[in-house]
Design a binder for this molecule. Structure first.
Ligand code: FES
Length: 113
């Protein structure tokens, strides 16, 4: 039997960051590498990420900030916790205070069309 180590704590590449549009961390990272967006709001052009309930917007900003800083974009939150926090957000409109610590304040524009 091999020791695979502890289970991963954060999101894996195929986990969805934008749950409304099922946009994975991998798709977002690939988009940033390919399109080199100057601002986080351009991530909305990646399959509509962030243009639904808006839950993921601070996380998109955080990922973009990490990428711009030369770090590997990552979200240190378990997907189940992330999804549960989103459910709460959709019910109450409130975010847990620790849910988006790397998010600089800047809203995404509304979707075009
Ligand atoms: S989770 Fe991304 S817009 Fe709803």
């Amino acid at each position: 039997m091999t020791d695979a180590g502890p289970p991963p704590a954060g999101m894996q590449p195929d986990d969805h960051v934008c749950l409304c549009f099922r946009v994975s961390l991998r798709k977002l990272v690939n988009y940033m590498e390919r399109e080199r967006p100057a601002v986080a709001s351009q991530l909305s052009e990646c399959l509509g990420a962030g243009t639904g309930c808006q839950w993921c917007v601070p996380f998109l900003r955080g990922l973009h900030h990490q990428w711009q800083s030369g770090r590997a974009p990552s979200l240190p939150v378990a997907p189940a916790v992330y999804a549960a926090q989103r459910r709460g957000y959709r019910e109450t409109g409130e975010r847990p205070p620790e849910s988006a610590s790397e998010a600089p304040p800047a809203p995404l524009p509304p979707p075009e069309g």
